[in-house]
Design a protein around this ligand. Structure first.
Ligand code: KG4
Ligand code: ZN
Length: 356
């Protein structure tokens, strides 16, 4: 089985071909990711209109490259999957329309994939993980703890009451004058920094729920920068603030995930798998801290390789393939969805949260 995947929901134009090969290492036949970082860098953030136009200009060539790398043609495809949301709607429309056109011409199934499900199932593409598992999904737009019980079966335990974790990294990078994209810049700057030099809060720690909050932490970073006289920072100031911020985020992630482990155990006693996915899962400090948590809780931590943590189309093709196997295909009148929760029944975090 050969499935083409298309991802255009944010600032990467991506196409990939995956198969259902028994051996996980043989499943990705091609994965092409074209980053728009240079297009958005002057604005220090992703501009939706710029993103949509760049996706439109690039998508045909990127699909062609993925097919060429996989050494196949359109005639060899069994299905085509595209991110159907959530995301920047202009970009999502470009990917969905491209996929629908291929599906219509070739008369093969079309699958609209929830971008978050792509991240959630990545560990099953690269390994042999079975359901259920506990998932910390941390990206530029999302920050959630979920129990994953099957394809399309999610129970959200917690979310953020304000910024997503990646967004907090991006905004902190801006405050520290580290540039865009912020996550990798903060991680690089923090190397060798003194995380204890500047006092920073650990929002939400100890609360009985699993929610996150980062706006108070961001404000605290801003105050330190102001006290230091604003940008540009001098000497080790940026390094130490970046290290302090990263440590505070990791502390929060550890505490919130520990609470989620308790909730997961109450529902699935004896199951012991924890996955971190999404762009921020590429952060080595976060991975190491969650590795320690997993060890003390007798859990196994799974983290996809960094290139599959950040946005890519292999995860979309794989989620499409998993859906196809279950007969969960979509019709060509599917409407792209700017918002698309994995667990529509989850109680909103607003009101539960303290904007610390
Ligand atoms: O999953 P992703 O590629 O796109 C979304 O779906 O949002 O995640 C991008 C986010 C950005 O906020 C980026 O700053 C963050 O992931 N990120 C990182 C690292 N690499 C990417 N955050 C912290 N440390 C990193 N090494
Ligand atoms: Zn993503």
């Amino acid at each position: 089985m050969l499935v083409l995947g298309i991802e255009t929901s944010c600032d990467e134009t991506a196409a990939a071909v995956v198969t259902d090969a028994e051996i996980p290492a043989a499943r990705i036949r091609a994965s092409v990711v074209l980053s728009q970082i240079a297009d958005h860098a002057p604005y220090e953030g992703v501009v939706p209109e710029v993103a949509a136009r760049a996706h439109l200009a690039q998508i045909d060539g990127i699909v062609r490259r993925a097919l060429d790398e996989a050494k196949i043609g359109f005639v060899d495809l069994d299905a085509v999957a595209a991110t159907g949301g959530p995301g920047l709607i202009g970009g999502v429309i470009v990917g969905v329309m491209t996929a629908k056109a291929i599906a219509a011409v070739r008369d093969i199934p079309f699958i609209a994939v929830n971008h978050l499900e792509g991240h959630a199932l990545t560990e099953r593409l690269t390994g042999t993980l079975e359901f259920p598992f506990l998932l910390l999904l941390v990206s530029g737009g999302h920050c959630q703890l979920l129990i994953v019980e099957g394809v399309g079966k999610y129970m959200r335990l917690g979310t953020t009451v304000d910024d997503a974790m990646g967004e907090a990294f991006d905004k902190t990078a801006k405050l520290l004058g580290l540039g865009f994209p912020g996550g990798p810049a903060v991680e690089r700057a923090a190397k060798g920094g003194d995380a204890s030099r500047f006092a920073l809060p650990r929002p939400m720690i100890g609360r009985p729920d699993c929610h996150f909050s980062f706006s108070g932490l961001k404000t605290a970073v801003r105050r330190h920068v102001e006290t230091l006289g604003g940008l540009p920072l001098h000497g080790d100031e940026a390094r130490d603030l970046a290290a302090g911020f990263q440590a505070a985020v990791a502390d929060a992630a550890l505490d919130r995930t520990k609470r989620a482990v308790e909730m997961f155990r109450a529902r699935h006693n004896g199951e012991t798998h924890l996955v971190i996915a999404g762009g921020v899962a590429a952060n080595s400090v976060l991975r190491a801290r969650l590795g320690d948590l997993a060890t003390t809780q007798n859990f196994t931590l799974h983290t996809p390789p960094p290139a599959l943590c950040t946005d890519n189309a292999a995860m979309i093709a794989w989620a499409g393939l998993e859906r196809l196997r279950l007969g969960l295909t979509d019709t060509l009148d599917f409407k792209p969805r700017p918002r698309w929760p994995l667990d529509p029944d989850a109680a909103p975090a607003i009101g539960a949260g303290v904007k610390a």
